[in-house]
Design a protein around this ligand. Structure first.
Ligand code: ZN
Length: 356
């Protein structure tokens, strides 16, 4: 039997085999460098989605399922292209789903099992410790559509014991092609100089095994310092979810996301109650915590009176990065802050924070 965890650093072998940590503050798939991943705090994601839902007074489940369905379908189409795809679709649908369930565990999304499957008809799944119901339901739905070559719908609910139950079933007819499009365009990646000390056995950054604990059976990853659960999620997927929300709910969504994340981060920092260095060097050090998570690379800080501008190369999602910086500003200055940012079209974003 092969070892599932690295005996030296404790990181699951599958995780380190399938991902690369780049000096530019990004994580990408080993077999496809254009596919970026990020280690996201599960509380942060839940908190943003719940808060948006609360502020606008409607549930977001359907929008999230839809955004995830599109991303997962897109991802699977790329994976199952060519002859391999033809063979897999014809003979090995069930195997593909079993492999996907392993991925769900590896990414920290929970423990997924397929409970029933009828080709071209439906697929039932059960997930314990599911990180997010609509996200997982959308993922499975998109994969089902790609493997079966049909359109499908997903229903899900939680059992009283907390197990997430999902049924994906084929739906009639075809979806107009434009409905499967999305607007996210990957940004050019700027190079960086972060040096990770790598595990000599599995080549994952040593800091990963130092700072996180992995339970592959439960599909749960935790940050040791905070005890918070984290997940690995695609940068494209995340941008699609928030892009879809902005498309459906209005252009004020990105600023709202910044505010929600700012408030959460400021509170987390205040609860730690440590004296924090708010000099330019202090901001750079703080921004450095983004790297291991694949969220980007803080490269420059400028102060101008009470306003501060932080440049982040390769940011995973500008509004959440802006909230991350603004929360630090609030917690260290004791002043209410507002943030603005530039789109990372050239590969970096400049976030400016000042008193509100
Ligand atoms: Zn290792």
């Amino acid at each position: 039997m092969t070892m599932r965890y690295c005996p030296r650093c404790g990181v699951p072998r599958m995780l380190s085999n399938e991902h690369r940590w780049d000096p530019s503050g990004t994580i990408s798939l080993a077999r496809d460098a254009s596919h970026r991943m990020v280690i996201l705090d599960n509380d942060a994601l839940d908190h943003v989605l719940d808060s948006i839902s609360e502020r606008i007074g409607m549930p977001l489940d359907q929008i999230i399922v839809e955004a995830k369905r599109k991303s997962a379908r897109h991802f699977m189409e790329a994976l199952l292209s060519g002859v391999k795809g033809v063979v897999v679709r014809k003979f090995a649908g069930k195997k593909v789903y079993e492999q996907l369930a392993k991925q769900v565990n590896m990414l920290g999304s929970g423990n997924a099992v397929m409970t029933e499957y009828r080709r071209h008809q439906f697929l039932d799944g059960a997930v314990t410790d599911a990180f997010n119901g609509p996200c997982i339901a959308g993922d499975i739905c998109g994969a089902f559509e790609s493997v079966e070559g049909c359109t499908a719908g997903a229903e899900f609910h939680y059992d009283p014991d907390g197990i997430l139950r999902i049924r994906v079933s084929q739906t009639e007819g075809l979806r107009p092609e434009y409905e499967d499009r999305f607007s996210y365009v990957p940004r050019p990646a700027l190079s960086g100089r972060n040096i990770y000390e790598l595990c000599p056995v599995c080549h994952a950054p040593l800091a990963l095994g130092d700072q996180y604990s992995f339970d592959m059976d439960r599909g749960v990853i935790r940050e040791d310092k905070t005890g918070h659960r984290v997940i690995l999620i695609g940068v494209m997927t995340l941008n699609n979810i928030f892009g879809e929300l902005a498309g459906e709910l209005g252009e004020e969504i990105p600023h709202m996301i910044m505010e929600i994340e700012r408030d959460r981060v400021a509170q987390v920092i205040r609860e730690k109650g440590k004296d924090l260095d708010s000099s330019e060097q202090g901001y750079l050090r703080y921004a450095r915590t983004l790297q291991l998570r694949g969220m980007g690379n803080g490269s420059e800080v400028r102060t101008d009176g009470e306003s501060i501008t932080v440049r982040i190369d390769n940011p995973y999602f500008e509004p959440l990065i802006a909230g991350f910086i603004a929360g630090f500003y609030e917690a260290t200055s004791g002043k209410a802050a507002d943030a603005s940012w530039t789109e990372a079209t050239p590969g970096y974003s400049e976030i400016t924070v000042k008193p509100a």
